[in-house]
Design a protein around this ligand. Structure first.
Ligand code: GUN
Length: 290
């Protein structure tokens, strides 16, 4: 499954929608995303750059806030409060992880729920976990991107055995909930799971989101399994100019021989995550229109 090409198609759709909105309602209907980063983590800086670039490419206004590592809890929450009040900011993204001294739950709690385009606000997560009458306002971008990619490749999850490896608040947990609501039989594996390979051997669909390079081996996979690799791990590679290369949580070369569908790293789930951030931001903006 080609996430790069699929994300490009989504970005094209988003760009057309943004143009339509501005045409119909004027500049105030141009979607705007505020992206907040605290500290100097290289990986976070790379992600934030990519997110802002994608916004600009489709006509979404992007407002960057680069705060120093020493930023206090109160100062960061003040920034969020200001962004909550701004009319030109429809979505607020605080890049995670935050520095140790900051309580990320309090920060995410402070984001206006209608601007929580990452879907990390506890109310949005809670609504995602319940299959009640009130759906979440936003679904987290990486899980949404995984499902969108499978949808566009015609992978139906209903009744399938899905094994999600990893239980993070950002990916594993919300993805498991999304798949459950689509009537998959979901197993979540994690660091304390006794025999993950045995679980994976039963899986029609495997989603690897544990952050361990090449954790999933070809020998674990059922023939024609669908493999979605969420991992982005930097491993040393002196032959590269940067000194490292990116690998997923799955041994791609081996797994590709067995799988019916598989996502590469890079060029799989990563670009889809950013594309879903754009669709969430446009959705946030549209809710304010008459
Ligand atoms: N860190 C890793 N993934 C994400 C994400 O999707 N959103 C934010 N805000 N931080 C992240």
């Amino acid at each position: 499954m080609d996430g790069k090409a699929t994300a490009a198609a989504v970005r094209g759709e988003v760009a057309a929608e943004v143009a339509r909105l501005v045409d119909a309602h004027g500049e105030t209907a141009r979607p705007g995303l505020a992206v907040v980063i605290v500290g100097e983590r290289k990986d976070s800086q790379t992600y934030v750059r990519a997110k802002r670039r994608a916004c600009e490419e489709v006509g979404i206004s992007s407002f960057g806030f680069e705060l120093p590592e020493e930023t206090t809890q109160e100062a960061l929450q003040d920034v969020v409060r200001e962004l909550n009040a701004r009319q030109d900011v429809h979505g607020i993204l605080v890049q995670l992880p935050l520095p140790e001294h900051i309580d990320d739950e309090k920060v995410l709690d402070g984001i206006e729920i209608g601007k929580d385009v990452d879907g990390f606000h506890p109310l949005n997560i809670g609504r995602l976990c319940m299959s009640g009458r009130t759906p979440p306002l936003f679904v987290p971008c990486t899980p949404k991107g995984c499902v969108e990619l499978m949808d566009r490749y015609g992978v139906d999850v209903e009744g399938k055995n899905v094994v999600v490896i990893g239980r993070s608040n950002i990916v594993g947990l919300p993805l498991a909930m999304l798949l459950l609501h689509r009537n998959a039989t979901v197993t979540i594996c994690h660091s304390r799971t006794r025999d993950t390979s045995a679980k994976v051997k039963e899986a029609d669909i495997v989603v690897a989101a544990c952050g361990i390079p090449k954790f999933v081996d070809k020998s674990w996979l059922k023939k024609d399994a669908v493999v979605v690799d969420v991992g982005i791990n930097a491993v040393d590679d002196p032959s590269k100019k940067r000194g490292y290369r990116l690998v997923g949580d799955v041994d791609y070369e081996g797994a590709a021989e067995v799988a019916s569908f598989i996502t590469p790293v890079p060029g799989g789930v990563g670009p889809m995550t950013i594309a879903m951030l754009l669709t969430n931001t446009v959705e946030a903006c549209k809710r304010h229109l008459p």
